[in-house]
Structures are given as C-alpha cells and as structure tokens.
Design a protein around this ligand. Structure first.
Ligand SMILES: Nc1ncnc2c1ncn2[C@@H]1O[C@H](COP(=O)(O)OP(=O)(O)OP(=O)(O)O)[C@@H](O)[C@H]1O
Ligand SMILES: [Mg+2]
Length: 383
C-alpha cells in the first residue's frame, strides 16, 4: 500500500497542499521552502497512530504545540487539517481515506481538540466524528480513534500502516562521538544515535542478510573496502566492523566510530531502505556521498522500493540525484515559496518542464535549476 494523495491545510509554511504521490517521490525546493516540514506530516501521522506513549497530544506537544504548527501566514482559520488516501498503486482509487482536523482548545483548556476525524473504506464512511459519544463527552476529542484500540477495530489496518512509517536522517557525528555525547536519544531515534541498537534488535538471520547486501554495495562504493560484520564487544555492546583489503594485518578491523561520514550515511540509508515495507522518508540522501554514488541512488531506490512494496519519499537538493532519464515529471514535487505560504506541485504540472522532458532533458537538468534563488548571481559570502 502507498499514500497516493496528500491533502493538508495550515501545516507550518503551507496554507494548502493537495498533491498526488507516486511510489518514489522526490521533493525539491530552495532552503527553508518546507521540504522537511512536508516530510514531517508523515511522521506526525505515525506519531498520532501510536497507541502506547504517543497519540495526538504527544505528537503536537513534541512539535511545540498548535501555535508552532499552524501556518503563520494564514489569517483567522485556527484549524490544521490533514487527509491521506491509501491505495495499492499511484493511479488506483483509494482503498482507505483518513482525514483529521484539529485546533487549540478554547481558553482554559490546554489540550488540543479534534474538530473532526473521518475514515472511509472505498466510498463507505466508517467513522465520522464528532459523534454522539463525543458530543456527550467532548474530552474524547483529545484522542484520535487511531490511538484507541477499542475504537478502531474496523480500520486497524490504517494505524498499522502509519506506525511503520520510517525516518532515518543519520548524523554520523552522533555515532562517532556517542561515548562523549552520552546524550538523550530522541524518540524513534530520527538521527540514528541508537542505530547500532536498531541493527542489534533485528533477528540474526535477517540482520546477516541485510548486512551482506549492504556489504555488496559498499564494496563497489568504497575503495579497498572488503567486509562488513556485526559484532558485540566484551561488554556486550553492538558494533559494526569493517575490513579493508590494503591493510597488512588480517587481524585489524575498524569499528563504526572510525568509519567515514559517507560510509556511515550510506549504511544508514541502505538499512532503512531494506528495513521497511511501508513509507520510508529520506532527508537529502546525497549528503556526504560521492557524486558517482548519488547518480545511482534514484534507480537503486526504485529497485528496492519495488521489491519490498514500500513507498520512498525523498527530499533532495541534488541535480545529480535526479539526473537519471527514467525519472518521471510526476515523481518530483516542486516547492515554491510565496507570500501566501509555499506552493506544492508535481513538476509535470508545469508546461515548460513537460516540453523539456519530452525533448530528452532529465528532471535534474530541468527542475533543479528552477529551485535556485532568483538573485543567486548576486550571492557573495561575507569577507
Ligand atoms: N508554523 C509555521 N508557519 C510558517 N512557517 C513556518 C512555520 N513553522 C516553520 N516555518 C518555516 O519553515 C521553514 C523551514 O522549513 P524546512 O525546514 O521544512 O525547510 P527545508 O526546505 O527543509 O530547508 P533546508 O533545505 O534548509 O533543509 C522556516 O523558514 C520556518 O520559518
Ligand atoms: Mg530540510
């Protein structure tokens, strides 16, 4: 299953979003145009679907409250709304539709209240809140049906699907300096601080199979690299261990704290692509990687996504990542900031883009230059 349409209102720097989504979807736009904010909508849906230690109130509090989420460029409308359509393929009609609106409760209440929550299976409306129970006890509107086991028997599939949304934006320094930082690990570990525990938590045969596949890629991507293994040290702590062919001693191995930034990023990226068969969110996967590798990411993502039946949403700033001729204009969402918030459209909605793509140009050549700031020619770094 994939999310084949996203509709949203008043979410951060977007007043309105209504876009179709493909199995592999790139999100491009200038700095601060909202690429990460857009990906965060899917993390938000994952968070509200969590029955234990999650739910609507926590998802909103973790983001600083409704006032931080609600679009600042919008006038009076206090409501934030999200709707997703879930289907088997991008062009199929929706099997499920899930739709919520919420707003800050009136003065005197610190909690956020749902203004509505609706679920459709195909065209059948299965849930339509507020219902009679909500009207009798309005505090019920502080929780979504997704987070209440007793309330979602008819559409539990949606909650299960959303809870599997994966986001990993691995920050190599957090792994390399883990001992010195000894920091608090953010819930769901978005920055890979506990990446080794994540690897350790997988069944040994699955872990072995995944690491072998990653090893095959690393052998091509990283000169002299030979072997990647999972080990535990004498204190039982998990490690990744690499061996390089140019080392004289067969005994010498390197642990993850000595891996390069690019190698750690690539391992994290491949791991998350192999891990999930739901929605996978990738933030600028090109970071720290050699351009030769970046130019192969789009077809590799496509292959892995097809094999696993997952959906991959990728924010990127890299024209090299989008240089593959096989990328369809519909697979790229363009974010264009305006006074009324950022506008989101598939690049195939622009006639000039379509003409150039038909004439053999690639998305990287045509679309990325359009995201460059207008007056970029005048950019000078301060002396
Ligand atoms: N509630 C809000 N209303 C309006 N704008 C907001 C709101 N919350 C955040 N923003 C704006 O969103 C922008 C940041 O968006 P985001 O981090 O998603 O950009 P990005 O495209 O990922 O940028 P980068 O390429 O630098 O990573 C900031 O300019 C911030 O002011
Ligand atoms: Mg960003």
């Amino acid at each position: 299953m994939i999310i084949n349409r996203l509709i949203a209102k008043n979410w951060r720097n977007f007043q309105q979003i209504n876009v179709p989504l493909r199995e592999r979807q790139f999100i491009v736009g200038p700095n601060a145009s909202g690429k990460s904010n857009l990906l965060d909508i899917f993390r938000f849906l994952r968070d509200i679907a969590k029955a234990e230690g999650g739910g609507l109130q926590k998802a909103i509090n973790d983001r600083g409250g409704v006032s931080k989420i609600r679009c600042l460029s919008v006038g009076q409308d206090p409501e934030i709304a999200i709707e997703i359509h879930i289907a088997d393929t991008p062009d199929a009609s929706a099997m499920w539709r899930y739709s919520i609106g919420f707003r800050q409760a009136d003065l005197g209440h610190c909690q956020t209240h749902l203004t509505y929550e609706r679920v459709w299976r195909e065209d059948e409306l299965l849930l339509d809140r507020p219902d009679a129970d909500d009207n009798e006890d309005p505090d019920r509107l502080t929780q979504t049906a997704l987070e209440q086991i007793a309330a979602n028997a008819k559409f539990r599939e949606i909650g299960g699907f959303l809870r599997n949304v994966t986001y990993l934006h691995l920050v190599p320094q957090l792994i390399r300096f883990a001992d010195s930082i000894q920091g608090k690990i953010i819930e769901d570990d978005p920055f890979g601080q506990a990446f080794l525990e994540r690897v350790a938590g997988v069944h040994p045969s699955t872990r072995h199979a995944r690491l072998k596949r990653i090893e095959r890629t690393l052998k091509i991507a990283v000169p002299q690299f030979e072997k990647l293994e999972f080990i535990r040290d004498n204190r039982g702590r998990p490690h990744l261990q690499a061996h390089y062919s140019h080392w004289r001693s067969n005994e010498q191995e390197q642990h993850e704290d000595q891996f390069s930034d690019g190698m750690l990023r690539l391992i994290g990226l491949l791991w998350s692509l192999l891990e999930s068969n739901s929605v996978i969110l990738l933030e600028e996967p090109e970071l720290s990687l050699n351009m030769g590798i970046v130019s192969k990411l789009a077809p590799s993502i496509s292959r892995l996504q097809r094999n696993r039946g997952s959906q991959v949403l990728v924010s990127t700033q890299s024209d090299v990542l989008l240089i593959e001729p096989g990328i369809d204009g519909r697979e790229v969402l363009m974010l264009t900031p305006s006074k009324e918030g950022t506008v989101v459209k598939p690049s195939s909605d622009f006639d000039d883009v379509c003409v150039l793509l038909k004439n053999g140009f690639t998305v990287g050549e045509v679309v990325l230059p359009q995201t460059h700031p207008k007056h970029i020619g005048g950019l000078v770094l301060p002396e």
